[in-house]
Design a protein around this ligand. Structure first.
Ligand SMILES: CC(C)(COP(=O)(O)OP(=O)(O)OC[C@H]1O[C@@H](n2cnc3c(N)ncnc32)[C@H](O)[C@@H]1OP(=O)(O)O)[C@@H](O)C(=O)NCCC(=O)NCCS
Length: 204
């Protein structure tokens, strides 16, 4: 499934935006995904990597993602070029107790593609895929320093339930992490403002 810009929108002056699930790499997509990830890592939002690994390691990582049965890879395109991605991780088959709980992870956009609504489209596409897969809850975690991402998740109804003061070790210091969940079937009326008491609606 591909999600694209709003129908009827005047796209003459706007770059085309789209989000889709990838199940194989064709054309320049793997190369572009590596480029986008490297740019995000250099800018400081590299889903774990603090500096870009060698290109063959990065390519092997993405190819490996497609091989993991529980993982679904979604990419965001700006004018058809892959510019970012995120993954839905479904529970392992042995995990009956959490069979309805998924994880939204490794979300990033290349700096040159930010501000076009693609991250919001990615999260919404992953939520739709999770619902189709029968999941009821999505979990995610994020560095407290990723303020744009935090605002995005809270605006989409993710509730902060925990804070980990030793979440990541970056440049010789601990970085705090926040843990979020979203009940995918909770109605707006019962979800309040979409934020937990701990963080309120203002973020860090
Ligand atoms: C967080 C991130 C994925 C957002 O990507 P994006 O495609 O620019 O986001 P969008 O264009 O969908 O914008 C999402 C919201 O953030 C706002 N936003 C985007 N960039 C912003 C900025 N620099 N300052 C303030 N707000 C900003 C948008 O206005 C939008 O709000 P709205 O939907 O209420 O209008 C991107 O900034 C990024 O990769 N950051 C580093 C890595 C990271 O934080 N990953 C998430 C870790 S879990």
């Amino acid at each position: 499934m591909t999600v694209t810009s709003e129908p009827g929108e005047d796209l003459r002056d706007k770059p085309a935006t789209a989000v889709e699930r990838l199940t194989e790499f064709t054309g320049p997509d793997l190369h572009d995904l590596c480029d986008a990830a490297e740019a995000a890592i250099r800018q400081g939002g590299g889903f774990g990597w603090l500096s870009p690994p060698p290109r063959e390691v990065m390519e092997a990582y993405w190819k490996g993602v497609l091989l993991v049965p529980e993982r679904e890879l979604f990419v965001a395109r700006l004018d058809r070029t892959v510019a970012g991605s995120a993954q839905l991780v479904r529970p392992a088959r042995n995990n009956e107790a959490q069979a309805f709980v998924g994880h939204l992870t490794t979300a990033f956009m290349a700096p040159w593609a930010r501000g076009h609504g693609l991250a919001r489209m990615l999260v919404e596409a992953i939520e739709a895929a999770a619902r189709r897969a029968g999941l009821r809850v999505l979990n995610l975690d994020v560095r407290a320093t990723q303020e744009v991402a935090i605002r995005l998740y809270e605006s989409l109804g993710y509730r902060r339930w925990g804070t980990h003061p030793h979440y990541a070790w970056i440049d010789g210091a601990w970085v705090t992490g926040y843990y979020y969940y979203k009940d995918l079937f909770e109605t707006d009326a019962s979800s309040g403002d979409g934020n937990s008491g701990e963080g309120g609606s203002s973020g860090p």
